[in-house]
Design a binder for this molecule. Structure first.
Ligand SMILES: Cc1cc2nc3c(=O)[nH]c(=O)nc-3n(C[C@H](O)[C@H](O)[C@H](O)COP(=O)(O)OP(=O)(O)OC[C@H]3O[C@@H](n4cnc5c(N)ncnc54)[C@H](O)[C@@H]3O)c2cc1C
Length: 312
């Protein structure tokens, strides 16, 4: 199925592996094999592979930091493209409170760069793992702010393989969602609005946000994908899914090696060799219990991938 791409990659000496394990690239460590895995060495290669696949009619499944996605236990018939890990923060100030940053840049180093330059307004990303491309695709957020509050536009590769600039409206942002979350377009770089300020104040806020999370969340060394369910609406107001799950007495509930965290009931933890099947069973158990006891229908925030490589 991917023979032409394999040939194309070989000719250009771009590294790839066939029938490769995907779980080492995911925070949750859940997933079997993928037909083709391409760890893009640079953003130029990343864009070129996307364009080649789009031309062949089988667009790639893009992974940024892998902190919000899991794969099935068996083989996933898909070409998976891993964003490069840039050795330094590829970002620049464009003036007038606007900066441009490459999508593969990790949130942590980006915030350190913001602190040096006194670029405020993005501190809410502190402690959220992953890349800026992943953050904008899922409209990541915390402390009442999310990527939709700061994104002005982006350079993308669309489903036809065309590289083009789009504005924020193209993202069709919703709560923890955008057209990129389950779609096939990929972000190459982002233009973000920032508030010019004092670098020390940016650094302080970034540190405080991180400390708050470290106090309230399970250890970041444990395998998870952060909050598993979206916060539901209750009488028109957002309610913490974690508190709802906790009140239903589900803390510590296990299915195989998957468990509801004791520290925060919206974190599901992979305690060793958890499988996708375990995760689905635990998800259903939580969903059914919460529906029966609290009358609330929980919606999953974490992304699943089907054996055909479709995100859902
Ligand atoms: C401990 C922990 C805490 C967390 N806390 C939070 C939190 O407070 N708030 C929050 O919102 N999330 C949180 N998360 C979830 C996750 O970290 C965020 O959603 C993060 O922004 C995802 O980024 P990523 O690069 O890892 O995306 P990935 O998991 O790699 O991908 C997520 C989605 O984005 C797409 N994608 C990735 N890169 C690109 C790109 N360049 N172009 C187009 N699409 C792309 C993927 O195809 C996929 O659909 C947490 C996760 C963990 C493990």
């Amino acid at each position: 199925m991917f023979a032409p791409l394999v040939e194309w990659l070989r000719r250009r000496r771009i590294p790839f592996s066939e029938n490769a394990p995907i779980s080492p690239h995911l925070y949750f460590r859940i997933g079997g094999l993928v037909s083709l895995l391409v760890p893009a060495p640079t953003m130029e290669v990343f864009a070129a592979v996307l364009q080649e696949l789009a031309a062949a009619g089988s667009p790639a499944l893009v992974i940024g930091g892998g902190s919000n996605i899991v794969f099935p236990d068996g083989l996933t018939r898909a070409a998976v493209l891993l964003a490069p890990a840039p050795p330094q923060v590829e970002a620049r100030l464009l003036g007038d409170g606007v900066l441009q940053v490459q999508a593969a840049v990790r949130n942590g180093p980006f915030l350190a760069w913001c602190a040096v330059l006194g670029a405020g307004g993005m501190e809410f990303l502190s402690g959220i793992p992953g890349t800026l491309g992943g953050a904008v695709a899922v409209n990541a957020g915390a402390f009442g702010r999310s990527m939709s509050d700061v994104l002005l536009g982006a350079d993308i590769v669309d489903e036809t393989g065309a590289r083009r600039a789009v504005d924020a409206a193209h993202f069709d942002f919703r709560y923890r969602d955008s057209r990129f979350k389950l779609g096939r377009e990929a972000v190459l770089s982002l233009r973000l609005r920032f508030a010019a300020g004092d670098g020390a104040a940016v650094a302080k806020k970034t540190r405080e946000h991180l400390e708050y999370r470290v106090r309230r969340h399970p250890s970041y060394r444990l395998a998870s994908a952060g909050c598993f369910f979206k916060n539901p609406l209750l009488n028109g107001a957002k309610t913490s899914a974690g508190i709802v799950i906790e009140k239903c007495g589900l803390k510590g509930t296990r299915c195989g090696d998957l468990a509801v965290a004791e520290e925060h009931a919206n974190f599901l933890l992979n305690r060793g060799h958890g499988t996708f099947a375990d995760l689905q069973r635990l998800e259903e158990k939580i969903r059914a219990t919460v529906a029966a006891r609290a009358g609330i229908v929980l919606e999953r925030e974490v992304i699943y991938v089907s054996p055909d490589g479709e995100k859902y």
